[in-house]
Design a protein around this ligand. Structure first.
Ligand SMILES: Nc1ncnc2c1ncn2[C@@H]1O[C@H](COP(=O)(O)OP(=O)(O)O)[C@@H](O)[C@H]1O
Ligand SMILES: [Mg+2]
Length: 225
């Protein structure tokens, strides 16, 4: 049996409300991703999609339930060990890229290796990926010198170059034109086809159509469609 890359069981997440009563956002949510999965997650604004990605990516401790990434529970680790675990196992891609403005393209990508174990092959792999995405002439540029599409490709290389086999993407095509969306979606699909797993939040039909499966979030849990 193939091991799941992500295994979420009975996940609950509540946020404290001003009234003092907790607001449940995720309820009894189950999700598993295996190598080769590329899942599009849809749902109305405010339903808990980002909350799910953060819990799934070891960034936000669930109220209850379990999250296993590559068969390990990141929330059982100390904060420092969890950061290192995250850097080695999970890549994030956000709508707004989250690049560090005063670092070059290459240094932004090398950042992902800082918290993980030293990876001597990281620069070569990163340069190779940047080349494949048409960015080899941009290695020493700052994010502000790049187009929006180029910035998102840098963020994508940062997510992939650390060797993670789980990519969590939150509306990654939200700021991209059609041509750049296609490059990003092709890269995510290839990553999954080569044995990774992708969970992508999106509102765009052209993006969810490119995923291999689609799930809707409603009432704090997931429904297949
Ligand atoms: N840190 C927080 N504290 C309190 N409430 C939050 C917090 N983060 C998100 N929420 C609430 O949780 C709900 C789900 O938010 P979110 O996961 O961002 O939804 P989505 O990504 O689907 O738009 C929303 O009602 C939001 O206001
Ligand atoms: Mg969101």
């Amino acid at each position: 049996m193939t091991e799941n890359i992500l295994q979420i069981s009975s996940l609950e997440k509540h946020y404290p409300a001003r009234s003092g009563k907790d607001v449940p956002v995720l309820r009894e949510l189950d999700l598993s991703l295996s190598p080769g999965d590329f899942v599009a997650l849809r749902g109305p604004s405010g339903c808990g999609k980002t909350t799910l990605l953060l819990c799934a990516g070891a960034l936000l401790r669930p109220t209850a339930g379990s999250v296993l990434i590559d068969a390990s529970n990141p929330y059982a680790l100390s904060a420092a060990a969890r950061s290192a675990f995250r850097a080695a196992h999970v890549g994030f891609v956000f709508q707004n890229f989250h690049l560090v403005p005063y670092l070059s393209v290459l240094d932004n990508i090398m950042l992902c290796g800082l918290a993980a174990a030293p990876q001597p092959t990281l620069p070569t792999r990163a340069i190779d990926m940047l080349d494949k995405l048409g960015l080899s002439h941009r290695l020493h540029h700052r994010p502000a010198e790049l187009s929006t599409g180029e910035q998102q490709r840098v963020a994508l290389v940062r997510a992939l170059a650390g060797g993670a086999n789980l990519i969590l993407a939150d509306e990654p095509t939200g700021n991209l034109d059609a041509a750049n969306s296609r490059i990003l979606l092709d890269t995510l699909a290839n990553f999954a086809s080569e044995g990774g797993a992708v969970l992508m939040v999106t509102h765009e039909p052209s993006a969810s159509d490119r995923a291999f499966t689609r799930l809707d979030m409603r009432d704090g849990c997931l429904h297949s469609c």
